[in-house]
Design a protein around this ligand. Sequence first.
Ligand SMILES: [Zn+2]
Length: 215
Amino acid sequence: MLKIKQFAFNPFGVSTFVVFDTETLDAIIIDPGMVSDRERDFLDSFIADNKLKVRQIVNTHMHLDHCFGDNYVRNKYGVKVSANELDGPLGQNIARQAATFGIVSDIDDSVEIDVKLKEGDYIPVGNYKFEVLHVPGHSPGSIVLYCPEASVAIVGDVLFRGAIGRTDLEGGNHAQLIQGIKTKLATLPGNTMILPGHGPATTIAEELSTNPYLR
Ligand SMILES: [Zn+2]
């Protein structure tokens, strides 16, 4: 069975997900956002308690709040960071970016992308696999991870319950984001569970009927 554990980490309340197969115990960690020992302990305890085998880190995009914990997870579990290379520049100088938000952390200064993900790639999680959908506009390299078998999509900051990702940051593009959501997300089955990078879960059907950006 595919299970997804959600944490809310750092002052931005980023959703960090541990996605795992209860049969094989293979796990991936999506958007590790931990900034403190306490948050790192939460993640590590969950992994240890469930005897999970961490296989890789996947970033939905490389905004600082989504990759504060990348280097920690990479070093602790000996795994690679996977993301779309168009977001590579965003992962640079994280500590300096954080300081502009008043966040002091012991994180390393930059996060490098080891494995470059693109549209149509698959990410295995035990007996399951997630398809990579490239949906730029919030950031140039934003990706959505979609598992048809489990009817779930992890969407980063592309789509939220009742809203969409902001497009006023570097590399943002509102028209491109709307276009991507309409062609790649709105077309998924209505019962698809949507897990955003911040805030509550929703479904495609709920967003189609209530989200003003999808009309
Ligand atoms: Zn973002």
